[in-house]
Design a protein around this ligand. Structure first.
Ligand code: MCA
Length: 523
């Protein structure tokens, strides 16, 4: 199945790297069902042929809001094989978000869970989507029924490196989400780089294959474009859990070698007694990776004491995939708690001052990145895209950090976010989006949404609301009004009704004052 180097379709790279024994296990599902590399190839081939039968144009979008399953991964791969663009949507998204996303990306195909067809089909039709099919978690749904009548052999449609492979919606301080356009080069270069940098290649060269414990959602960068792509390009086996479940993770660890997770995964494991989670359960593991949210240095240290493993923290974004990572190999330097490591090979990372000039090590400034991992821009937002890149073509991450300091000069430490971003359990939540929905509630004058410390999720969403005089709006009413409109994880875990929001002399709401006032809410 070796294809000419000319085809830069990510799937062509996956094919080039499949294990020699196609009947070896690629995915082990929780119920014990296993899928071989041949199953993955034939299954995604049928789905790709069904997509091709629709006579779509290269780059047309396939939007998917489906629960995690091996078939969900096949749908993603089939979309790439068919030369189309995959648009994964968080299963928690509600009608308010879905209506926006589908109208924005105008998918040719929408794949949704069978249970949500009645709700989603009208939204898809309103977005001029011609094909709406379903995919369940038990190999059910109309997508597989349609694909079952198709041939399994399917040519990988030729794609150039810069052709669109996926659109990932990432919210923004302006409140409405933006579609980050990721190319085949972005996905492939990052997966191949991580294959080497995180030691998957070294394991293969030793005649072994990794086993990745996959407990992340398949609708975000971390679970799809980092964990799954890395495993596929590494020819590694995946133990696929439907979602993070601490008991199931502990049960699976002794059969695995690598795990990727958000910090909440690690704090929840550490909350277990040592008799349940410790060195014994981690005896076959070679690597634990953390990202999507800051990993507290104390978590890093506790984890090493408990398991003997130094978590490898890395730094990525929807717009850039992985850009910085602590090294896996000692020869590349040690893993330093509290830093996100060094720039990945072929990736440029710099700290820019307010004047836009690159800063020396130790100086704090804006983190900027350049490289084959950086997206091409936001879907149908050329002006917004232009704002987010410097004149010399570096992407402005919106994060603040410095090289060096207590760590070697090549190590990056993130010290904050210049945007008003909340990261809750690894999900990005932008206050402006939530404030927009709260302010639309009858009786609300204005609101301020902030992130405050939360022992489980790291940060939790909290709202401070000013009501019209005489209105008796209760916090519970606010939460109820948001349910069904936006994902539950975005809904404030607590809401407070106050008379006035603190403002500075310029009239700007002082969120720092509110963060300080409510920081103990979830202590
Ligand atoms: C679930 N809930 C949450 C969150 N998750 N609330 C706030 N923040 C969250 N992250 C709420 C649900 O709405 C629900 O409330 C209740 O908690 C229980 O839901 P459940 O699904 O059972 O929650 P969980 O199993 O405890 O999930 C927590 C979790 C999950 C395992 C940490 O959030 C997770 O898998 N996070 C990973 C997210 C991720 O993949 N991030 C990567 C993005 P209710 O009952 O009211 O509904 S990619 C990225 O960030 C960049 C690019 C990168 O570098 O990786």
């Amino acid at each position: 199945m070796n294809r000419p180097r000319g085809n830069q379709n990510l799937y062509a790279e996956v094919e080039r790297r499949v294990p020699p024994d196609l009947d070896s296990v690629c995915i082990e599902a929780l119920d014990g069902l296993t899928y071989s590399w041949r199953d993955l190839h034939l299954g995604s081939g049928c789905i790709a042929n069904w997509l091709l039968s629709l006579r779509l144009k290269p780059g047309d979008r396939v939007a998917a809001q489906v629960e995690k399953s091996p078939e969900c991964l096949m749908l993603y791969l089939a979309t790439l094989r068919a030369g189309l663009a995959y648009v994964p949507l968080n299963t928690a998204y509600q009608r308010g978000e879905l209506d926006y996303f589908l109208r924005d990306c105008e998918p040719a195909v929408v794949v949704c869970a069978p249970s949500r067809l009645a709700e989603i089909e009208p939204i898809a039709r309103a977005a001029r989507c011609a094909h709406v099919v379903t995919l369940g978690e038990q190999r059910d749904g109309t997508l597989l029924e349609a694909a079952a009548t198709e041939a399994t052999a399917c040519e990988v449609i030729h794609r150039a490196a810069d052709d669109l492979a996926a659109i990932l919606y990432t919210s923004g301080t302006t409140g409405r989400s933006k579609g980050a356009m990721l190319s085949h080069r972005n996905l492939t270069s990052n997966a191949v780089t991580l294959d080497e940098f995180w030691g998957f290649k070294a394991v293969r060269d030793s005649g072994q294959r990794d086993v990745l414990l996959h407990a992340l959602p398949l609708f975000h960068v971390h679970g799809l474009f980092v964990a799954s792509n890395a495993a596929l390009v590494a020819g590694a086996r995946m133990l696929m859990l439907p979602k993070f479940d601490v008991a199931k993770v502990i049960e699976g660890l002794p059969r695995c070698t690598v795990m990727m997770g958000v910090p909440t995964f690690y704090t929840r494991l550490l909350a277990q007694p040592e008799s349940r989670f410790g060195r014994t359960q981690c005896r076959s593991m070679r690597l634990f990776i953390a990202g999507s949210a800051p990993l507290l240095a104390e978590t890093h240290q506790q984890f090493e004491q408990r398991t003997g493993h130094r978590i490898l923290e890395r730094y990525g974004m929807s717009e850039t995939l992985m850009l910085v990572s602590n090294p896996y190999f000692e020869a590349n330097g040690g893993r330093i708690a509290g830093t996100v490591g060094v720039a990945l090979p072929e990736v440029g990372v710099r700290i820019a001052g307010d004047d836009g000039v690159a800063c020396p090590a130790g100086a704090i400034g804006a983190v900027q990145v350049s490289g084959p991992n950086v997206f091409s821009g936001y879907w149908r937002m050329p002006d917004k895209t232009k704002e987010e890149f410097t004149d010399d073509g570096w992407f402005k991450t919106g994060d603040v950090g410095h090289f060096g300091g207590a760590a070697p000069d090549s190590y990056l430490t993130l010290v904050g976010r210049s945007k008003d971003l909340i990261i809750s359990g690894g999900y990005n939540v932008y206050p402006k989006e939530i404030e927009g929905y709260i302010d639309a509630i009858a009786g609300v004058v204005e609101s301020a949404v902030i992130g405050v410390p939360h022992t489980d999720f790291g940060e939790a969403v909290l709202a401070v609301i000013v009501c019209k005089g005489g209105e008796t709006l209760e916090p519970a009413n606010v939460v109820e009004a948001l349910k069904g409109q936006i994902a539950n994880y975005k809904i404030p875990k607590r809401a407070f009704i106050i008379d006035d929001l603190p403002r500075n002399t310029m009239g700007k709401v002082q969120k720092n004052v509110l963060r300080d006032r409510y920081k103990g809410t979830f202590a």
